[in-house]
Design a binder for this molecule. Sequence first.
Ligand code: FVH
Length: 308
Amino acid sequence: MQTHTTPHATFGTTSGTPSKPPVTLLGLGDMGTALARSWLAAGHPLTVWNRTPAKAGPLVDEGARKTATAAGALESAAGPVILCLLDDASVGETLEAADLHGKDLINLTTSTPDQARRRARWAQERGARFLDGGIMAVPPMIGRPETGGYVLYSGDHALFERHRETLEVPAGARFVGADPGHAALHDVALLSAMTGMFAGLTHAFALVAPEKDLDRAGLATLLTEWLGAMAGAAHGMAAQLESGDYTEGVTSNLAMMTAANAALLATAQEQHVDPRLLAPYMELMSRRVAQGYGDEGSAGLVGLLGGE
Ligand code: FVH
């Protein structure tokens, strides 16, 4: 067996065929287990650790090696060390006693942007390289590229490139910037937009609730098509926020949309639906129109929420 050694990884070869880089994975919850299976299926030597050791059993049967401690997993790690734990506090607890010097840490644990930045500094102070990731997939999507799942990464770009092929095994890999907080920020931005969409769907289905003979599956098809068509508005908003001209390319202005809100609210009343999910957004629209910006699109509402 030949061995080609780089400062960061050891790749063995058998009969001239390079073997896959080894992966170390800490955390075998639903997501960690799905990640583990994808690397095993792709032929990566896999070392796993989990706080509750029994969860490693089935993976060991499938070819993984398990360690008794997280520190032990780090000690033997010759490739990327993936963290997929509950939250940032559990990452701190898990790595407390480990020697991180010279290790490549890739943290897929959900964190806030500030937690990710602090964790990156913390890891670097201990001699590790650090990349943060936000998973835009649920466990059944892992290892199935056709489902469109991906992971957002930010931080050490060279580290991302070094392990890119390995990272692309469970899901697509998208690098969103050198700031280690930006993967988490993108992750939360996407989830926040999704929350708004779910609020809209909830209101829409509440509106039709009294109509016993209405075809809900048919409505679902219409909703899917309509929301898909409207989602492209994100590009218009981004362009307006970049240029500072919130009237640029506006096809449906705030004055018109605010007037149309009256029909939305009156229909909610007719159908005995509480408009609480729509009201805060409509209040922002009315406020911006009252400020004299009725000819704008929605980008002007961003400033009303603060964050600048
Ligand atoms: N599952 C999902 O749909 C989402 C999709 C988007 C991304 N999230 C994030 O991924 C992280 C892990 O999620 P998970 O689904 O694997 O979560 P659980 O099944 O609850 O497993 C949690 C693991 O964390 C371990 N753990 C918890 N606390 C500690 C601690 N103090 N010290 C060490 N390990 C800890 C837990 O161990 P155990 O309970 O089995 O002993 C599990 O391995 C997460 O950030 C999601 O937001 C998933």
